[in-house]
Ligand binder design. Sequence first.
Ligand SMILES: Nc1nc2c(ncn2[C@@H]2O[C@H](COP(=O)(O)OP(=O)(O)OP(=O)(O)O)[C@@H](O)[C@H]2O)c(=O)[nH]1
Ligand SMILES: [Mg+2]
Length: 283
Amino acid sequence: MAKAKRLLQTQLSKVDLVIELCDARLPLSSRNPALNAMVSHKRRILLLCKADLAETGKTQAWLSYFKKQGIDCMAYDATPGRTKQARAFIEQAARAVIERGERRGMNKVIRAMVIGVPNVGKSTFINRLYGGSVAETGDRPGVTKSNRWVKVSSFLEVLDTPGMLWPKLNDQKAATRLAYIGTIRDAVYNQEELCVNLLEDLLTLRREETIQRYKIKNPDAEGYALLEEVCRGRGFLMKGGVLDTERACSVVLDEFRAGKVGKLTLETAPKEEAPHGTTSEDQ
Ligand SMILES: Nc1nc2c(ncn2[C@@H]2O[C@H](COP(=O)(O)OP(=O)(O)OP(=O)(O)O)[C@@H](O)[C@H]2O)c(=O)[nH]1
Ligand SMILES: [Mg+2]
């Protein structure tokens, strides 16, 4: 993180625009709290990525929430339609820079830096803007190792950056959820604990679908017993009828990450401030 922060600061002076990517399933927890201070003097836009995996209504609520805070934002997924919208959005955000160039009789090239947590889809987004495969992507965090400029059009250059994760993930719930969505390396977390947490969240948010998908007989089982329920339900058994909890973990996590449990947003946008006190309703 310290190295990534240093790299980011050295590049900031060279850019006209910062494009921040967060995950639409965890719009708050997947934003880096240190970033605000670092990029506050720059024109910035926020994309809520992987919107295809998030609940549309909740994404709308998050967009209104961020817009009320004065943050220009849009929902994004790696489809041609959304990419076209994103291109227009970038152009609009950089309009002042373009006009300055025009006044001087130059065709100013916009330089934008793409930042966000690991695995959020930064390099994929750049590939879509480019219209080909120019940046390496992968279904795991830490694929992009260094900053790299890519000229995606005659008027736009973007900087691909390594995913940045903040060192003190104090909020345990947020950290666990970032691990579900594949932001934190699997090796960092005990996979069985992570999977039990995910199953508990799924049973709260999508009770019936989860019971059916994993053929859970006792949904009130707790902790490790829940994992055993999945093994029995889905027939994940090894020789001698031993429950294959490792397999259950990888199946549950993979299915969630691939959106097979359906569109699911794990955080709810705080409601507008009520006259008396706070109204945060993060689940
Ligand atoms: N469902 C879905 N998956 C996406 C989307 N965009 C990217 N992905 C997938 O997310 C994974 C990570 O994508 P990358 O573009 O490598 O992410 P990154 O932010 O560059 O990751 P690092 O370089 O590791 O920080 C890949 O498996 C992509 O195919 C999207 O809009 N929807
Ligand atoms: Mg990358």
